[in-house]
Design a protein around this ligand. Sequence first.
Ligand SMILES: [Zn+2]
Length: 116
Amino acid sequence: MASLEMQGPYDLANAEIDERVTQISCGNYALGWVSGSTFYVSYVGRSDKDVNDRLKKWVGRYKKFKFSYASSPKDAFEKECRNYHEFGGSEKLDNEKHPERPNGTDWNCPVCNIVD
Ligand SMILES: [Zn+2]
């Protein structure tokens, strides 16, 4: 079964984000909603610099979030790719397209090996 390996879910609100995401760090997040004890993933993303700041841009558009810190932008990119594929890609998620590698890198998706 697909697993995010993230903390949460928490309410997607500025105060809650500041309370939970205290490090300025690259990281990953998932956005969605909760029913019972299940977190339903609608969107997966990452930030290469500051996952707290990125999450705040989504306030009002989704109800709940989960997140994890990443040890490097490359780790964040690869985890985002795995999340994207494990949760059904663009067919099931709101993500319109495959995660993009950061500008200036030649990193590849660990799941599908996108080549351009
Ligand atoms: Zn891929």
